[in-house]
Design a protein around this ligand. Structure first.
Ligand code: TPP
Length: 591
């Protein structure tokens, strides 16, 4: 029996000798490499926190003591030590273990995070609650990466934490010098000094926080010692643990791009992906096209919030290193800084995951749109991402952003449309533009049969029964709906407006001539394109009934993208069934 097989909860760690804890760390690494290679997931970050997590669980008494993981992607070892090793066969799969902390899985997971830089705020709240209720016998510990420390919220929290010198709170700074890419900026430089043992307690000390470190984050005994001292501190304390991302596995250690931050399923012996390549992704087409545009337009500059490679900006950075700005995990700053760039005569392209733009809504509304700044936003991972769970789906962007005056939103259905719409977006100088697309391959191009007033007609057969307004990458689904309703003797027209906001007025005439309009989108039905089109049709006196197909207003469990979409009723068969029923019901009423 391996040591790991004897660990069913953190209490077991107290029974192991120092030598056994080291051996356990080795077993956990081998386990992570084996399981995460098969499933895909956050391998590099977790290989970096094996010893740190063992030390934390051996010094603190979870769940009575509260352990919080900022962002949460590095909580696999915590899951293993809290009795969930058996679940790793179904990591990130429907019904299996979540890739992030999950209260539904374990009493050891208090918060369900994944958006960065929140843990210190949760911890400050917990520490204040203990003070308020007079609870003295438990610790609050927040583990935060140097990457997550680049987020403004972390500093807002530190400012508050320092304001409570009597409130015990342990901040463990897991400093591996990287987000995906190496962390940049003045704070990163400061941490490098602290890592080198220069600068004493540094900024933290100046803020009035106790500082312990730097500690070798792979030395369990040294970590235990520092954490015990932190536990005894009767106020806020920072433990600076220096770790190595991807440690102990040549593929992640040698990967200079991101140290295996988030890997696809791969062969652990060769490091080669095991899945089939499904052709170019929306992300790669964006990266290629932006670089092409940048060649012609010296005023174009790209901005990323610590996600250079995942948002496709690597080709642009290679071609024009000075024209890609990595601001750190600072979406709010990215957006207002883009407004500033634009005021200064530069055309910024802000490349961001759809789910993270939520953070910068106010900045987009007030700092960009109110000033009519021609900033282009490119939202990757729009729609259902699936295996990263509820917080990573890009299903709110259009609901949130359609309210922004003057913002034009495009949803390309394939690679060619992405290239065209990106070029149109960057050429638009009257105000902000946004191009949104999903994770994954672009698939085959879906050419237009005709174009009317900027609306592409993708399909037209039979009588004018149903007008299918397709949004972006759900065009393939819309076309299959047309096929299925055709087998029931109904005629269908499939159109793609390309620019979905503002509503193209030519839709009114098209809608008027059909018996039913449906909209198909991978955004929340609430406030989505469908509801905006419905409002527009009512306003223009079009009486044709409209049904919106989109994502229901709930948080969606993790699972494969196609399954999650089908679970939302967005399979061609389900949509077609409703169309056929609706039109037959209409016929019954007409009779
Ligand atoms: N923006 C927000 C608000 N949340 C996110 N989760 C991300 C972007 C994407 N993201 C996930 S982890 C990560 C980023 C940018 C890097 C985190 O770096 P760090 O905190 O140092 O942890 P490490 O992986 O290096 O251990």
């Amino acid at each position: 029996m391996t040591l790991l097989e004897t660990v069913h909860g953190p209490g077991r760690l107290g029974e192991l000798t120092a030598r056994e804890l080291d051996a356990l760390a080795g077993e956990i690494r081998a386990f992570l490499i084996d399981r995460v290679s098969a499933s895909g997931g956050h391998l590099g970050p977790n290989l970096g926190v094996v010893e740190l997590t063992i030390a934390l669980h051996s010094v603190f008494d979870s769940p009575s003591d509260r352990l919080l993981w900022d962002t949460g992607h590095q909580s696999y070892v915590h899951k293993i030590l809290t009795g969930r090793a058996g679940g790793f066969d179904r990591l990130r799969k429907a019904g299996g273990l979540s890739g992030y902390p999950s209260a539904a899985e374990s009493e050891h997971d208090l918060v369900e995070n994944s958006h960065a830089s929140t843990a210190l705020s949760y911890a400050d709240g917990l520490a204040r609650a203990d003070a308020h209720l007079g609870v003295r016998d438990r610790a609050t510990v927040a583990v935060i990466g140097d990457g997550a420390m680049t987020g403004g919220m972390a500093w807002e929290a530190l400012n508050n934490i320092a304001d409570g010198p009597d409130r015990p709170l342990v901040v463990v700074l897991n400093d591996n010098g990287r987000s995906y890419a190496p962390t940049r900026g003045g704070f990163a430089d400061h941490l490098a000094e602290l890592r080198a043992g220069q600068g004493g307690a540094g900024l933290f000390g100046q803020l009035g926080l106790a500082y312990l470190g730097p500690v070798d984050g792979h030395d369990i005994a040294a970590l235990q010692d520092a954490l015990r001292r932190a536990r005894e501190t009767r106020g806020p304390v920072v433990v600076h643990a220096v770790t190595e991302k991807g440690r102990g596995f040549s593929y992640t250690e040698d990967n200079e791009l991101d140290r295996g931050h988030a890997i696809r399923p791969m062969d652990p012996l060769t490091g080669l992906p095991t899945g089939r390549s499904a052709g170019p992704s929306f992300t790669s087409v964006f990266g290629r096209e932006l670089t092409r545009i940048a060649e012609e337009r010296p005023d174009v500059v790209a901005i990323t919030a610590a996600m250079l490679e995942p948002t496709g900006l690597l080709p642009m950075q290679r071609a024009f290193p000075d024209r890609v700005i990595d601001v750190g995990i600072a979406e709010q700053h990215a957006v207002t800084m883009a407004a500033g760039l634009s005021l200064g005569g530069v055309h910024p392209v802000v490349a961001i995951y759809a789910t993270f733009v939520n953070r910068a809504f106010d900045q987009l509304l007030m700092d960009v749109a109110l000033h009519r700044r021609p900033v282009t936003f490119v939202l990757d991972r729009s729609g259902i991402t699936g295996d990263d769970g509820p917080s990573h789906n890009g299903m709110w962007d259009m609901s949130v952003l359609q309210v922004v005056p003057g913002l034009r939103i495009a949803a390309p259905r394939d690679g060619t449309r992405l290239a065209e719409l990106l070029a149109e977006a960057v050429a638009w100088e009257e105000g902000p533009t946004l191009v949104r697309f999903p994770k994954g391959p672009t698939g085959e191009d879906l050419p237009a049969r005709a174009t009317f007033a900027g609306i592409d007609v993708l399909h037209r057969t039979g009588p004018l029964d149903v007008l299918i307004v397709s949004v972006g990458a759900l065009a393939g689904t819309a076309l299959r709906v047309a096929e299925v309703v055709g087998t029931h003797g109904l005629g269908a027209t499939v159109v793609d407006p390309r620019w979905v906001t503002p509503v193209n007025p030519a839709l009114a005439d098209m809608a008027r001539r059909h018996r039913l309009v449906i909209t198909v989108e991978d955004n929340s039905r609430t406030g989505g394109v469908g509801s905006t089109v419905a409002q527009f049709l009512r306003d223009t006196g079009v009486k044709t009934p409209l049904r919106e197909f989109g994502i229901p207003r709930r948080f969606l469990d993790h699972g494969a993208r196609a399954d999650v979409l089908a679970g939302c009723g967005l399979s061609p068969q389900d949509i077609a069934r409703t169309v056929v029923e609706e039109i037959s019901a209409g016929e019954a009423t007409e009779d």
